[in-house]
Design a protein. Structure first.
Length: 209
């Protein structure tokens, strides 16, 4: 039987876009204002885990598609790198989509196409687990596509006779519609008090006017 370590080292895997959309629904913030290093530490401290590393993943729109958000994410990612956070970004492109309306007319709009951030997170969680780089993998996301990762980690733990835990950390507020973490993981909810203690007060949005 695998022996549970007395001190549990954790790595946080953060889906930046998924976390932002969950925060917006739960607490009403209109742009990604989290200090992810502080938030990951707070979550791990609440569970008695020692945070070893934060890994942050996000889609970034091209400047030609959305210059405002492109500048925001480039500035925020640079700040994260300087703070010692591992960052991974992929391009977010916008494509024209056309839908048929009930009156027979059509409506064309730009729709964002994400580039598989969840796949990159899944690959890294499994790879680092195989290399014995963490005892606890904390995934900041509610993306159910990542539930297969937890099942794979359990198999790795069984085969290697190691103690490994996968947790899902996510915000929950009065207006949250989704109150579930990732299936087959331990759920760690983030309330507004915890979140507000970890706000990044630097505004990376480009100045206008």
């Amino acid at each position: 039987m695998a022996i549970e370590p007395e001190e549990k080292e954790a790595i946080a895997f953060v889906d930046g876009q998924n976390l932002f959309h969950s925060v917006r629904e739960a607490f009403g913030y209109t742009f990604p204002n989290y200090d992810i290093l502080a938030l990951a530490r707070r979550v791990c401290d609440s569970q008695g885990w020692t945070l070893r590393q934060v890994r942050f993943y996000t889609d970034v729109p091209d400047a030609a598609d959305n210059e405002r958000w492109h500048q925001f994410w480039e500035a925020k990612l640079l700040s994260l790198v300087r703070a010692g956070v591992y960052t991974f970004k992929r391009g977010l492109r916008y494509r024209n989509r056309t839908i048929n309306l009930p009156d027979g007319s059509t409506y064309t709009f730009k729709s964002a196409e994400e580039k598989g951030i969840d796949v990159r997170i899944a690959v890294d969680v499994v790879r680092l687990a195989i290399h014995n780089d963490f005892d606890v993998g904390v995934i900041f996301s509610q993306d159910q596509d990542l539930s297969e990762v937890s099942r794979e980690i359990r198999e790795i733990a069984r085969e290697t006779q190691r103690w490994i835990k996968i947790a899902s950390a996510y915000p929950v507020g009065a207006t949250s519609r989704n109150r579930r973490g990732i299936d087959s993981t331990d759920w760690v909810s983030i309330d507004k008090e915890m979140y507000d203690a970890c706000i990044d007060h630097r505004d990376y949005r480009p100045k206008t006017g």
